[in-house]
Structure formats: C-alpha cells, structure tokens
Design a protein around this ligand. Structure first.
Ligand code: AHG
Ligand code: MN
Ligand code: MN
Length: 339
C-alpha cells in the first residue's frame, strides 16, 4: 500500500511549480509545519500542563491574552526566524511588526502575517482552535530592514496562505495559488499526510455561521439574510442549520468541506466588524477563492482592500460562492436602511 505524500514531500514536489523559487518558500512552509507540530502538542496537553487560562495581560486588541496565545506566538516567530527565509512578521499578538533586522534576514524575500492562535477563548473548554498565516514577497529594498509597507499589501498580492486547525484531528490546509490541499497530522509518526488533495468548497451548503447574540446590532441586510436562511423553502433546501463554534478557523474549515457561509458583520459594538484583515480575513479569502468560494466585506472582494493598519478590522462574509453572493444581494438591497 502506497503511503500518501507527507507535507514535506508535497512541498518539494510542488516547488517545481515555481521556476523562480530556489526553495526559500519551501523552507518557509517547512518552518510553519514544524511550529505547528510543537503548538499541537501543547494544545493537546493544555488541560494537564499549567498552560491554560489567561496570561494575565491584554494584547494590542485589548483582549485577555491566553497563555497558549503567547506560547504559540513565540513558537511561530522563533521558527520563522530560525530558517532565515523571512525578514519580518506581523502578529495579532504584537502591537508593531517584528523586524528580524540583521544582515542575513534583511536579504530574505518574504514577510509573514499570523494569527498564532485563533479562537483562543475556546481553549479552556476544549473546543478546537487554529492558526492562520499569510505570506507576501517584501516590496522594500532587499538588504534593508523590513518596513510597514511590506505588510500593508492587499490580499491579492499573497504568495501563499494557510491555516492549521487543532481539532479532533490536526490538519494543515494551504494554497500557493495553485489550488488548495489539506494534510492530516499523524501524531504516532509525527508527520502531516496529504488527506484532502485539491480541496474545493461546494457552491452552496446548508449551514450559516454567525453570532446571533449580536443580532440587534447587525446591518438590516444581515438581519434579512438570517431570516431568509431560516424560512422554509423546499427548492433551496432551506431552512439552513445554524452552526457557530466561535473559532473562525473551525467554522471556516467545516464550511470548506460541507459548504456554508460564515459572517462576522459590522455592528454597533464592532463598527468595522471584529476580524482582522491581514492575518484572518485575507489568508482565508485566498484559500476560499482558490477552492472556488468567495470572500467579501458584504459589498466587495476582501482581497482588493488596500490595508492602512496592521490590525485593521473588516466586516467578513466567506464561504460557498452562491451563498456569499446571496448575502451580498441582501446587503445591497438594504444598504440604506440603518438598523
Ligand atoms: P482570536 O481568538 O484570534 O481573537 O479570534 C477569535 C475570533 C474568531 O476566531 C471567532 O470566530 C470570533 O472571534 C468569535 O467572536 P465572538 O465571540 O464575538 O462571536
Ligand atoms: Mn483570530
Ligand atoms: Mn488569535
């Protein structure tokens, strides 16, 4: 029986797709792979080690940092620095970007944006969490320290993006712009194996994911779309099911496999929505589009937004293309109504 490809073998095999690449991107992806294994081990024993719970300080988002947030942040940054392919990192857990400012790293081609641990409020209740990453080629002069403009690129400039979901099994899913492939971790061997080649998201599904606790704050178009999802219609398999895990990566991954839509709209408590453009919305948008899905801010393509701030937030509609387009029609139809 032929063993499926490991992630390392797959990266090398597909490196040939990049004639200009001399292996740096492969090295970079491998550093993420190694960090994912270390974080996975800590998450799996978080209940035992004293690594659960709050770290006792708030991050730049003003959110209570969980100890695993800090641990995951340190591990990914250390692993990215060690391989020498990255000149700097922007992280949800760091107010400013981190410049690996030395003669070796300043000649590196890439920058990485990362949400080291997504859904961290779920850690202590044993619900799946994730990591999200986005890779760009630097735009500032090689040989110089990385600059903010290297990070404030629109999502359409991404070279690669991906996520790790630490769930009932741990998976790494990524794209380099040639489709989406998913790898499942075998803890017994310590390797990721190709388990979901050429992932595509169904054009339509029966799941909508949104925190309905914020319903009264939603734009009118979102309120109307939710009611549309809930009304009976045999032709379109409605009503849909509502599924909301509270971990973007987990909700997105389920919708990727089964079809569905995830929405985090703007609201009075979150005037621009909650999710961060650079290290949550753009990387998953790249994956969604490569898998035949769609990602929007309710009106336009997420990956065309030109960022102005490392931690800027945007309203987010992502998933099956027909469902996102349906939601956009509601947003357009009720755009003028202030909720
Ligand atoms: P993070 O843990 O990285 O801050 O991300 C949490 C995000 C996302 O994962 C999740 O879908 C959303 O916050 C949940 O927000 P609400 O609790 O406001 O619904
Ligand atoms: Mn997050
Ligand atoms: Mn996070």
């Amino acid at each position: 029986m032929k063993l499926p490809l490991t992630l390392g073998e797959f990266i090398i095999e597909n490196q040939r797709d990049f004639p200009y690449a001399s292996g740096e991107l492969s090295q970079l992806l491998s550093s993420l792979r190694i960090a994912a294994k270390v974080v996975n081990r800590e998450i799996n024993k978080a209940g035992l080690a004293d690594i659960r719970g709050a770290a006792g300080n708030d991050n730049v988002q003003g959110e209570a940092q969980q100890k695993l947030d800090v641990f995951a942040n340190d591990i990914f940054i250390r692993s990215l620095r060690a391989r020498g392919e990255v000149c700097g990192v922007g992280s949800e857990e760091e107010e400013d970007f981190i410049s690996f400012n030395d003669p070796i790293h300043n000649t590196s081609k890439y920058v990485v944006l990362i949400d080291p641990l997504d859904g961290s409020s779920n850690i202590d209740v044993n619900v799946s969490v994730g990591t999200i990453f986005s890779i760009y080629r630097r735009v500032s002069d090689p040989g110089t320290p990385v600059q903010m403009r290297d990070f404030l690129q629109s999502g359409s400039e991404q070279v690669a993006s991906g996520y790790i979901v630490y769930g009932s099994s741990t998976m790494l899913v990524y794209t380099t712009g040639r489709g989406v492939n998913g790898f499942t971790f075998d803890p017994g061997i310590g390797s990721f194996y190709l388990s979901h080649p050429n992932l595509t998201i169904p054009r339509r599904g029966k799941i909508y994911s949104i925190n309905e606790g914020n319903y009264v704050h939603f734009p009118e178009g979102v309120k109307k779309y939710i009611k549309f999802c809930q009304e009976f219609n045999p032709e379109s398999d409605r009503p849909y099911s509502s599924r909301y895990i509270g971990s973007l990566v987990s909700d997105f991954h389920r919708n990727m496999l089964k079809g569905g839509i995830y929405i985090y709209p703007k609201g009075t408590t979150a005037p621009n929505g909650k999710l961060r453009l650079l290290y949550e919305c753009n990387p998953l948008a790249f994956i969604a589009e490569q898998a035949g899905g769609k990602a929007s801010d309710g009106y336009g393509r997420i990956m065309e937004i030109v960022p102005t701030d490392l931690h800027q937030r945007v309203p987010y509609f992502i998933g099956s293309i027909e469902m996102v387009e349906e939601a956009e029609r509601f947003m357009k139809q009720y755009a003028d109504l202030v909720s």
